[in-house]
Design a protein around this ligand. Structure first.
Ligand code: NAD
Length: 484
């Protein structure tokens, strides 16, 4: 029953900039004076409200994202709704355990009979700035983490998904306590005013370029940052790949590249394949694209996402037009709907138009290598510290028995790694998700989120009795010699 998008202007109501300082003051007052968020039951109530608000509006959420960038409801349900609901349930069911003080082991003898522990205390008021590409999961999971940890939270969602961001604002304004949660909408002007306020932590998810602006601004007031950024994540296909495994590998690569039209931070950005396997791999990927996943695709098809806006569309279109490689599949575009068809480009060189920056669109360049060490050193030299690293092999999964996999893993530092698949790390509820170097700093998900939004305070509670055990540290020093 989903209708084609109508291009509506002014769908998203921007927050007047003059109101922003007072909104932040309100949350700060609430944190310091009422102390509501310090209570675990209050946090659980807020998380429960968040859970039901999303659950009760899932059709409207799917509908809004379809209007924003032709995102199919099934992609929203699989890639966002299922993931975020799983995270919320995991958080609610583990919160008591995470909030409990952690006993310190191996303490000195004079403290052994007393409580010595790490307590994780809320930071205060935190700012979450989220991107357009998975606007539900990346906004809600981040604010849930901050709420669970006992903070007041300001969310600034992406302005480039106006239907979704307005819907989320309407839903959450009703569901959440305005004393402890607020939403600010807008673009650069509003975000700049927002960043002029003092926060106790800023979590930013988005491009490395804007992440740098945020980190610089935060440094002025020594505000800690959690940065979830992008990068070029390689997908290696090793020479040991058997013909019988090619189909599965091709499907996983195609899914890992073209889901959400390639607008995925952990997407396979480019393939590096050994020359022995290259021709068959390209052929199989092309077949999967044309005969299985994207048969008869047109700009009017409802099952395939479009580029988020004209600027992103133009960038990817230009990359395709100026490539020095061979376009094997796709290359079709439609300006009216920002549609770029799934595009596969073979015979790509390291200096190609597709290899200069993160693609963030439905284009997969294929680079052929003959020497793995040389290919690895090019990755390190040109696109080090990607958010993800993917390796496809038919060989052993035991590290010591697959030296090629081991070489890649040892040489390339990455946010996460998967052998024989892609993207799945995002769905793990309790493993640190984050980048390294230019792909970000800090990590979250599950207990790692709780840690990210609390301060770990070491606490010692000692009795005033038995002071004789402390005598040794008090002056005078027993080797003191006074001048005569
Ligand atoms: P975007 O355009 O939606 O921007 C993200 C947020 O930054 C928005 O809320 C936007 O309003 C704000 N913003 C933009 N310019 C700003 C400025 N000058 N000052 C302050 N705020 C500003 O998203 P994007 O940046 O195009 O997102 C795509 C990038 O995000 C890709 O590089 C992708 O890899 C990365 N990403 C990373 C993750 C992760 O978890 N590591 C997840 C999703 C996306």
């Amino acid at each position: 029953s989903i209708k084609k998008p109508k291009l509506l202007d002014n769908v998203l109501k921007y927050t007047p900039t003059k109101e922003i300082p007072e909104i932040i003051s309100r949350l700060n007052r609430s944190f310091h004076e009422d102390g509501k968020t310090h209570k675990l039951q209050y946090r659980l109530n807020q998380l429960r409200n968040l859970y039901f608000a999303i659950r009760d509006n899932k059709e409207q959420i799917c509908d809004a994202l379809f209007k924003d960038f032709n995102r199919s409801p099934s992609e929203t349900m699989n890639m966002e709704y299922a993931v975020v609901m799983g995270h919320l349930i995991h958080t609610m069911s583990h919160l008591h355990k995470w909030a409990a003080p952690e006993k310190v082991s191996d303490v000195p003898i004079n403290m052994r009979t007393n409580p010595v522990y790490i307590e994780r205390i809320p930071l205060g008021t935190v700012l979450v700035i989220s991107p357009f590409n998975y606007p539900l999961v990346l906004a809600v999971e981040s604010i849930a983490a901050a709420i669970a940890a006992g903070n007041c939270v300001v969310l600034k969602p992406a302005e480039s998904t106006p239907h979704f961001s307005q819907l989320l604002t309407d839903i959450l304004t009703k569901a959440m306590d305005p004393d402890t949660f607020a939403m600010i909408n807008g673009a650069i002007e509003e975000t700049t005013v927002l960043l002029d306020q003092k926060f106790d932590k800023i979590m930013y998810t988005g491009s490395t370029q804007v992440g740098t602006i945020i980190a610089k601004k935060a440094a002025e007031t020594l505000t800690p940052v959690l940065l979830e950024l992008g990068g070029k994540s390689p997908g290696f296909v090793l020479e040991d790949v058997k013909d019988s495994d090619l189909k599965v590998i091709a499907r996983r690569i195609v899914w890992g590249r073209y889901t959400n039209a390639g607008q995925t931070c952990v997407a396979i950005d480019y393939v590096l394949v050994h020359e022995k396997v290259k021709a068959k791999l390209v052929d199989t990927i092309a077949k999967v694209m044309k005969e299985e996943f994207y048969e008869d695709l047109t700009p009017r098809s409802t099952g395939y996402t479009h580029m988020i806006h004209r600027r992103a569309y133009e960038g990817v279109k230009k990359m395709i037009e100026t490539t020095g490689g061979t376009v094997v599949v796709g290359g079709e575009t439609d300006e009216k709907s920002n549609y770029v068809s799934p595009t596969l480009i073979d015979n790509v060189g390291w200096d190609d138009s597709t290899m200069r920056q993160e693609i963030f669109g439905p284009v997969l360049p294929v680079i052929t290598y003959t020497n793995l060490e040389e290919a690895v050193s090019q990755v390190v030299k040109r696109h080090d510290t990607p958010l993800a690293l993917y390796i496809f092999t038919s060989g052993s999964l035991l590290r010591e028995k697959n030296p090629q996999v081991e070489l890649i893993r040892r040489s390339i530092r990455s946010g996460g790694t998967i052998v024989n698949d892609s993207i799945l790390q995002v769905g793990l509820h309790n493993a640190p998700f984050g980048g390294i170097g230019y792909s970000g700093q800090g990590a979250y998900h599950g207990f790692y989120s709780y840690r990210a939004f609390t301060h770990e305070r070491t606490t010692i509670e000692l009795s005033l009795a038995m002071d004789f055990v402390s005598q040794v540290r008090y002056p005078p020093a027993n080797d003191r010699k006074d001048a005569v």
